[in-house]
Design a protein around this ligand. Structure first.
Ligand code: GTP
Ligand code: IMP
Ligand code: MG
Length: 338
């Protein structure tokens, strides 16, 4: 049994795209499946100096053997998806569940004004209004869209079939634990639950089939849009520390705060984390940039990682030391045979 679910532990943008692209290259999963909300996500993959931005496809695109699926829980914007399929030339390996709900122009218009834009500060990608139509059972689904016909299938069936055949499966969550509609900082949240259980449900994998839950934390915390960010730094301090970031989908500045152990503990609980991936270590400890062996890290960085493990009681098994796929320390061997 080999299903790994990967989710964000803070407010999104933890670097899930980077970690997934590493796992896709290193572990060679037969299938990766996108769960989560929809094209409000923006994942970044950097390989050999080229940067790839993904809003709909799983971030495993670089491994040509890996099937790329989108689970029934996910909202699809056909234009965004078809553009990505073309740009990344992955026509032959995409399956979109026939029951994915569709984002239409009207949803995007509704997301760009009033309460959603002004109070919540959404991404404006139409996901909230589309999910509300889905709940009202008035939304279109993927099987109604002629341009998606050749990609439409039964993702739950396909994933479970691969699993029974002994294949490795990677489920890709989006957003972050504290953007969850249920467990986040309501009303400053996204339009669905985003925890590991929700990602399994999005894809059609039952809870007993999951082997590992990998929660991704960035070495500091960022947030875009409205809502509280405990320990938020001023813009000046954010810049001084070199933590300033620009959001992938909206181009907005991300607000920043130091690593938050209380939030991280709660994320471990909500997701039943078995492993942690820690990203952007090089941004907090610049001399760790590009390092791929734990022993070579500066002692302050090692101490930071030990503090996280001691406080959360979960091993930090993947450490990202730069945006490139292989700027990664992989400590999974420590965990014993998988
Ligand atoms: P969402 O699904 O939108 O939450 O996105 P995400 O978690 O995939 O993160 P996103 O790509 O939006 O932001 C992460 C940014 O950090 C990207 O620009 C990555 O290239 C970059 N990045 C990821 N890991 C590292 C790292 O270890 N070091 C550095 N310097 N950059 C990193
Ligand atoms: P929505 O998901 O577009 O409705 O936006 C609701 C809130 O979630 C806003 O604060 C957004 O900035 C935030 N959000 C949604 N998706 C992401 C993401 O992928 N990364 C970071 N923040 C996100
Ligand atoms: Mg992002």
């Amino acid at each position: 049994m080999s299903v790994t679910v990967l989710v964000g532990g803070f407010f999104g943008d933890e670097g899930k795209g980077k970690v997934i692209s590493y796992l896709a290259m290193k572990d060679d999963p037969a299938v990766t499946v996108r769960g989560g909300v929809g094209p409000n996500a923006g994942h970044t993959v950097v390989y050999k100096g080229r940067s790839y931005k993904l809003r709909m496809l799983p971030s495993a695109i670089l491994n040509e053997q890996t099937k790329l699926m989108i689970g029934a829980g996910v909202l699809v914007n056909p234009k965004v998806l078809l553009d990505e399929i073309k740009v990344f030339d992955v026509d032959q390996r995409v399956i979109v569940d026939s029951q994915c709900s569709i984002i239409e122009d009207i949803h995007i218009e509704r997301d760009k004004k009033g309460h959603l834009k002004e109070k919540i500060g959404t991404t404006g990608s139409g996901t909230g209004p589309a999910n509300s139509d889905r709940v009202l059972r008035s939304a279109k689904v993927a099987r109604d869209i002629p341009s998606l016909k050749k990609y439409v299938g039964d993702v739950a069936f396909e994933v479970n079939r691969f699993l029974e055949g002994g294949s490795k499966i990677l489920l890709e969550g989006t957003q972050g634990t504290f953007l969850s509609l249920y467990y986040g900082t309501y009303p400053f949240v996204t339009s669905k639950d985003t925890t590991a259980s929700a990602i399994c449900s999005d894809v059609g994998i039952g809870p007993k089939k999951v082997k590992d839950v990998l929660v991704v934390f960035k070495s500091y915390v960022t947030r875009v849009g409205g809502g509280d960010l405990p320990g938020e730094l001023s813009e000046e301090d954010t810049n001084k520390r070199g933590w300033a970031e620009i959001a992938t989908v909206t181009g907005r500045a991300r607000r920043a705060a130091p690593f938050n152990f209380d939030l991280a503990k709660r994320a471990v609980m909500l997701n039943s984390a078995t492993q942690i991936a820690l990203t952007k270590l090089d941004v907090v400890f610049p001399s760790s940039h590009g390092i791929s062996r734990f022993e070579d890290l500066p002692s302050k960085a090692k101490k930071f990682i030990k503090d996280i493990e001691d406080s959360l009681g979960v091993p930090v098994s993947i450490i990202s030391t730069g945006p490139e796929v292989f700027d990664t320390i992989d400590r999974r061997e420590r965990l014993g045979p998988t």
